[in-house]
Design a protein around this ligand. Structure first.
Ligand SMILES: [Zn+2]
Ligand SMILES: [Zn+2]
Length: 300
């Protein structure tokens, strides 16, 4: 693969699970969320940015749940990212597409000549029909839905995104993760998932960075989400150079009253516990607004 003419950055627009910080809930995690700026509690979302000569020339957004547009407004202030060239949706849950309405209308109205219109939205047909197109019936009129299928790459400038099927339960038809390839760099974004049916696929192996749904600490299969402990097996198998956990809430860990970890943990405690189980692997908790290639270096 030839080296791209651009450089790649990845911003984590949000890390929160479906219900963010629970209002009125008494836990260290909830206390931290309230004490931090509550407007920064965006659902899991990523911006993949291709930059040439210091200027962002392509902005590809993965998932647009609650809080993501305010997070992008913050990014506009800090880095001048005001155009979205492509949107990809992992699955039809509201915490992954709830603000596509706000985003698509804003981009329609802003009048910028460099903003692609209609906005391209990539998702499986099953996802589109179950989520965005069912809830926002007018979205199709102001966007360009482009159906994708597992295993068929989408080329966006210097970036190649290959969707892979994930099993996130019967209420998430057409759910996907994405493998992003950019020159020699590889990034795996799991989306919400419990299983990856094709987990032996070599495409998923030896990524530079792997983002995994870790909704709870303990396995909780009935939630159709993966957990911190459940993901260790996949990390062992796929051997990414670095893993980031996202979508943590820990709420269902309350079903383990006799275990030391029996509910939502604050960031410090979570990181300490993670350090105990990570062994030799580089596993971290993702942070709101972290920028790989910017404030956070890519793994060597
Ligand atoms: Zn979710
Ligand atoms: Zn979900």
């Amino acid at each position: 693969m030839t080296e791209p003419a651009t450089e790649l950055l990845l911003r984590v627009n949000g890390i929160q699970a479906a219900f963010g910080i629970e209002l009125g809930f008494d836990s260290q995690r909830a206390n931290e969320g309230r004490a931090d700026d509550p407007y920064r509690q965006a659902n899991v979302s990523y911006s993949l940015l291709q930059r040439r000569n210091g200027r962002i020339v392509r902005h590809t957004l993965i998932d647009v749940g609650m809080g993501v547009v305010p997070s992008l407004l913050e990014f506009e202030v800090t880095h001048g990212a005001c155009v979205v060239h492509d949107v990809l949706l992992t699955h039809p849950h509201y915490d992954h597409f709830g603000q596509i309405d706000w985003l698509s209308m804003a981009l329609l109205r802003n009048g910028r000549e460099d903003q692609p219109r209609p906005l391209p939205i990539y998702a499986t047909r099953a996802c589109w029909e179950a989520g965005p197109n069912a809830i926002f019936r007018y979205l199709a009129e102001r966007s360009d839905f482009r159906p994708v299928e597992p295993g068929i790459p989408v080329v966006l400038g210097d970036l190649i995104l290959t969707p892979f099927a994930v099993d996130h339960g019967p209420k998430a038809p057409g759910a996907l993760g994405f493998v992003a390839q950019y020159g020699k760099r590889k990034i795996v974004v799991s989306g919400d998932f419990l299983h990856v049916p094709d987990e032996e696929n070599s495409l998923l192996f030896e990524a530079d960075v792997c983002f995994l749904d870790a909704n709870t600490w303990h396995p909780a299969e009935w939630t159709w989400h993966q957990s911190v402990l459940g993901n260790l097996r996949l990390i062992e198998k796929w051997k990414p150079r670095r893993t980031y956990f996202v979508h943590y809430s820990g709420y269902e860990d309350r079903n383990h009253p006799n275990h030391g970890i029996n509910g939502p943990m604050g960031r410090d405690r979570f990181c300490r516990e993670l350090h105990h189980v990570a062994g030799e692997s580089d596993i971290q908790l993702a942070r709101h607004a972290m920028l790989l290639g910017g404030d956070t270096p890519w793994p060597d």
